[in-house]
Design a protein around this ligand. Structure first.
Ligand code: SAM
Length: 291
């Protein structure tokens, strides 16, 4: 059996063979520890009933480990230079398809509905390009996609913010957006030494499992997220102050008072102390008054 792609020597040899440098602007920090990759695949629960979606295969280090376990791997890579490399490194695997495409531009809804098969689960597994972690996850969460779970490497600080609980410094609109749609937990920390080139930041793997239904009922999702976003506008200000700034043209002083009274939420609290359920209450009363 050939050596895994994810070793320092093989990765350097592949890059040299094709005369390539790592593109910092595309977040190219490649994993060079096959044990870490195997753990990611195991934590993601990838098996023969899995259709794996990978974002940013690079030179194929994770793709290869996914191909060992999954029914099929579909990988989206933006960097055209890597296409011939992937053709070569992944040639032993017949269950891999690589697309030269920007994931943010991809029509995943059509794609996944075509590829989805009864009895299989679609799982996203990726070592994400860190510069677009949040837009990628928001796209995957918000679109009506048949995705079971996402097990993804990202900057540790971002993973901690996504999985944060109320009343902690990491809790904010990102935590709420992610937890509204998924159950999230940090499953592993990964040291910088597992990558080349080594990133400047620490990394962690976050696992997000899609909820069948969002965590709470909201009358209007867009308004819910607007209320959440506005409540964290200035973290040190009260929710009343923050919401007044956002809704001053749409709500009278009396209506503001009514919102807090009806929702039973103390206007002097700060956004970071409100649970997702409380934000839902607030936005549902707001919806009733606005409509
Ligand atoms: N999976 C490989 C590994 O673990 O070694 C590479 C991971 S590297 C952190 C991120 C990869 O995402 C790079 O190959 C980069 O070119 C690719 N990438 C960056 N922006 C992208 C985008 N918008 N769409 C698809 N791939 C992207």
């Amino acid at each position: 059996m050939t050596k895994p792609i994810a070793t320092i020597t093989r990765t350097k040899a592949i890059m040299e063979k094709y005369g390539l440098g790592f593109k910092k602007s595309l977040g190219q920090n490649f994993l060079v520890d096959a044990n870490v990759l195997k753990k990611i695949v195991a934590k993601a629960g990838v098996d023969e009933k899995t259709i794996a979606i990978e974002i940013g295969p690079g030179i194929g280090a994770l793709t290869e480990q996914l191909a060992h376990e999954a029914k099929h791997v579909y990988a989206f890579e933006i960097d055209q230079r890597l296409m011939e490399v992937l053709d070569d490194t992944l040639s032993p695997y017949s269950n891999v398809t690589v697309f030269n495409q920007d994931i943010l531009e991809a029509d995943l809804e059509t794609f996944l509905h075509e590829k989805y098969q009864e009895g299989y689960q679609v799982k996203v597994v990726a070592n994400l390009p860190y510069y677009i972690t949040t837009p990628i996850l928001m796209k995957l969460l918000r679109d009506e996609l048949p995705i079971h779970s996402m097990t993804v490497m990202m900057q540790k600080e971002v993973a901690d913010r996504m999985a944060a609980e109320p009343n902690t410094k990491n809790y904010g609109s990102l935590s709420i957006a992610v937890q509204y749609y998924t159950e999230s937990k940090v499953v592993m920390n990964v040291p910088k030494t597992c990558f080349i080139p080594q990133p400047n930041v620490d990394s962690a793997i976050l696992q997000l499992t899609k909820r069948d239904e969002p965590l709470i009922y909201v009358e209007d999702e867009a308004l819910f997220f607007e209320v959440v976003q506005a409540s964290f506008g200035q973290r040190r200000k009260t929710i009343k102050n923050n919401l007044q700034r956002e809704f001053k043209d749409r709500l009278s002083q009396k209506q503001f008072e009514q919102i807090f009274e009806e929702s039973g939420i103390e206007p002097q609290r700060r956004g970071e102390s409100l649970s997702i359920e409380e934000f839902a209450k607030l936005s549902n009363v707001c919806y009733k008054i606005l409509n």
